[in-house]
Design a protein around this ligand. Sequence first.
Ligand SMILES: [Zn+2]
Length: 175
Amino acid sequence: MSMNNGNGKLNRQVLVLNQNYAPLQICNVKHAIIMLYLNRVEMVESDGVMIHTVDDSFPLPTVVRVKRYIKYRDYEIVLSRKNIMRRDEFECQYCGKHDSQLTIDHVQPKRYGGKDTWENLVTACVRCNNVKGDRTPEQAEMPFRKKPKKPHYVQFLKQQIDEPIQSWKPYIFLG
Ligand SMILES: [Zn+2]
């Protein structure tokens, strides 16, 4: 399948619902179209904008739904550098700065047995990370802005939304 991507339409966000209509993830239009093509998802909502392929044209999806139910444990959020920063909204958890150079800080330093967990890893700017050094926040007198914890997937999903899409509203609370 080849598609002509005239104007970035294919990078728009699509809400993916579980088989029971619970929000599952966000993907881009291109990925959603491939999933539709492979018959893994069905179209739930569209904004009416048409997309043209070599031998077909169809409306661009804004919401799709998987055909087979996905169990909760299969969509646990992976503990990764990028996902920790997303959880922390790309903000230093000590000073609140949106620095261009963010690092990941071990709350309990590794040398004191600090683990790689959602609770023990936070986003920190280079300066705060250096100031804190190999100390705990208590020792360094650097309290968190918010206590680090494992993100809930719906919360996490919301943080990835570029701009709210009207047709998503029945499926996810956008506030
Ligand atoms: Zn900082």
